[in-house]
Each structure stands twice: as C-alpha cells, then as structure tokens.
Design a protein around this ligand. Structure first.
Ligand code: MTE
Ligand code: MO
Length: 384
C-alpha cells in the first residue's frame, strides 16, 4: 500500500498507529468545546487515504436490488434538502488500551478519545434512496431488499486489497428520523480527506465502523454485508471466547453503541496540591438515547455525587427533550470534588433507558477489545 500521499495532520494528535493512520486528541483538548474541531477529531483508517481528484466526475452508484440503478453526482446530492446533524461518532475500539491491561486484546490501542462530536451536513439517505424508487420507511421492497450496503473507494488489507464496506438495515436507512446522512460537510466546512472527502455516510448512534468514508457505491441487498468489518470484526464476544474457539458466525455485527463516559480533565495518574479537583468529561449513549445522569465517586463507589451536564452553554440539558437536547450528540459534564483519600475518582453515566456502565472490565472483556464502557477511573495523588 502507498502511504506517500497522506494529508497533513495537527501535531497535537496522539498517534496510535501509522500506515494506516490512527490518532486521537489529548483528553483536555477533546472536551474544550461541544463541537469537536476537525483538527482534534480522531482519525481511524484501515488503509491509505484515497485521493478523489475530479469532483466533477465523481459519482455514487446506487444499485443492487433496485429496478433502475443510477449514478448520482455531487451536484445532484447538493440539490436535495440539506440537513445538519450534530452527532458523536465513536469508534468501537475507544478505551481499548485499558481493556488490554486487564487481559490482552487484539487491535489498535486507544485511550478515551476515539470519538468526537461534529456537525455533519449533507443529504438524508432516505431522500437519496427515493431517487431509485425506494419509499420512506421501507422494510422490504417488492424486490426483497432488506439492507443498504456502503462500499468505499479506499483499499485495505483486511479486504485483501478490496474496498472497506458495511451495511445498515433498510428500515433505518429509509427512516428520516434515523438521520442517516450522506455528508459532504463537517463543522460547516467541506469534508476533508481524512474524514471521507468528498462524501461519507454518517449513521448516528451506531459504532463508527458503519459510517463508511469515501463513498463509492450503495447497494440494496438481501443479507447483511459480508465484508470483513461486518463479519470478522466489530462483534461483541463473551469473555469465554478466545482465539482458539472463536466462531465469528455466532454473533451479529455490533450496531448501536452502549452508554459510555470518560473523565478528560485528568490523566490516568495525576498529582495535585489542592484539596479540590475538577472532574470534567463526556458522556454519550447509542441509539439516540440521552444521558440521564453522570455520577462521580471519590470513595470507591460507596457514595456518588451527580455532575452538572450540558451541551450548549447557557441551556440546561434535559435528556430526550427535543427543545433542550441534541439527541445524537454527547453531553459534557463537570463536578468539583474533594481529592479522595484513596486517590481514586470514578465516573459512570446512566442513559435515558436507565442503562448503566458496568463496574469492571472483566465482565465485558472481549478478545477484540471493543466497547470498553466500564466505569472510568483515574488516580490523583495529593502533594503537600
Ligand atoms: N470508512 C472507510 N472507507 N475506511 C475506514 O477505514 N473506518 C471506520 C469508519 N469508516 C473506515 C471507514 C471506522 S472503524 C471508524 S471508527 C470511523 O470511520 C472513523 O471515522 P473518522 O476517521 O472520520 O473519525
Ligand atoms: Mo472504529
């Protein structure tokens, strides 16, 4: 593979792997704003960043189980109603490094910042699919299609040199309320190469792996996409499964991500000479579920205090309230606590369905190290 034409990246990123390029911002940078600047947005790639040179000739093919396959230009996509959706994209591998410390897992190591919250601008997939005669809220068309497959321009070794791909159910793709976008803008700017120029899919509330970048083709298909990242990766296995007894076909591809939070104002280990310390971070849940609470403990989880939650400043955040919350976006939190005797500060979030993060890594450990949503713990040592 050729990595000689990679784009420039911000020097503040923490590089987890090169060729393919995988990087995340430092914790404090991540929570410096509600909308993550493009420079600080994590970058997760499986091959070289493709170059789409001639936008005039760029087309997305839409085919598979449709009566009349078409090719759509960027101009045609821009003519459809444009939507702006503020959504948090989170890699399923977020917090993998911490899971690996308990018991080794396979995969790129990530701290707590393999996610970002951006305002994505583009056409709704439900509008685009109408161009090939697929009605809104379709479950099964007369042709029998049940999934929408996204195929990219990039090439990766896991696909033996073929393109990255993924699928989502047709029901979700054709539901305008799912807010699935074909995005050409990120934070009101043209999408850059790292994030999928000229066009990417955004599937809000779902692990980042399904938001295919550098879109080349959309196919309506009968069964879920058979690509590597759907069938042999990004599945959640129980702790009992290891590399000797794994049977990939026994599990479904992971779609929604579970409730998650992390403290970003502190590193794993900290030193302070104050009696009080600020605990700030993000909380987010999948499937459009809001954040009901973020709890902080300074006594090992015996007692908890509730952190303040906000999205936009000056507007109180209320979970699942259309007027007061961005349903696909993360919630930032903040609390000032006494520096604990035992040194440990813990954060856990509760979503609007009352799902709670699990206490320990052990109960959710899986060999690929995905979805580490265990209570987030940091250590603070008092220095007098
Ligand atoms: N799309 C393509 N074409 N190739 C990729 O490697 N990585 C996926 C997804 N879409 C990927 C892709 C994964 S695993 C994640 S988490 C997100 O893109 C990362 O998006 P970002 O780099 O814009 O943050
Ligand atoms: Mo990912």
């Amino acid at each position: 593979s050729d990595y000689s034409q990679e784009p420039q990246r911000h020097p503040a990123l923490r590089i987890n792997a090169k060729d393919p390029f995988n990087a995340e911002p430092h914790r404090a940078d991540l929570i410096s704003s509600f909308v993550t600047p493009v420079d600080f947005f994590y970058k997760r790639n499986h091959g070289p960043i493709p170059i789409v040179e001639d936008l005039k000739r760029y087309r997305v093919s839409i085919g598979g189980l449709v009566e009349k396959p078409i090719e759509v230009s960027m101009d045609e996509l821009r003519k459809l109603p444009k939507y702006s959706v503020t959504a948090t994209l989170q890699c399923a591998g977020n917090r993998r490094t911490a899971m690996s410390k308990k018991r080794t897992v396979k995969g790129v190591g990530w701290d707590v910042a393999a996610l970002g919250n951006a305002t994505w601008g583009g056409a709704k997939l439900s509008d685009v699919l109408e161009l090939v005669g697929i009605a809104k809220l379709s479950t099964m068309s007369s042709l029998g299609g049940m999934y929408v497959e996204f195929i990219s321009v990039d090439r990766c070794k896991e696909e033996k040199g073929g393109p990255y791909k993924a699928s989502i159910p047709l029901r979700q793709a054709t539901n305008p309320d799912s807010d699935v976008l074909l995005a050409y803008e990120m934070n009101d700017e043209v999408l850059n190469r790292d994030h999928g120029y000229p066009l990417r899919v955004i599937v809000p509330g779902v692990i980042g792996a399904r938001s295919v970048k550098w879109l080349d083709r959309i196919d309506i298909i009968k069964e879920e996409c058979q690509g590597f990242f759907m069938q042999n990766d990004y599945k959640m296995f129980p702790p009992s499964v290891d590399w000797n007894n794994i049977n990939w076909s026994t599990r479904k591809p992971q779609m929604d991500f579970p409730v998650q939070c992390a403290i970003c104002s502190l590193e794993d280990i900290n030193v302070t000479n104050n009696g009080k310390i600020t605990v700030a971070g993000y909380a987010v849940s999948g499937g459009g579920r809001g954040i009901e609470r973020v709890d902080i403990s300074v006594d090992g989880g015996k007692t908890w205090i509730e952190a303040e939650r906000y999205q936009k400043s000056n507007v109180p955040y209320i979970a699942d309230n259309d007027l007061a919350s961005e349903k696909w976006a993360w919630v930032l939190f903040k609390a000032v606590v006494n520096v604990p005797e035992n040194g440990e500060i813990i954060a856990k979030a509760v979503d609007s369905a009352a799902n709670v993060q699990p206490e320990n890594v052990e109960s959710i450990w899986n060999l690929r190290g995905i979805l580490n949503t265990s209570w987030h713990r940091v250590l603070v040592r008092k220095e007098s």
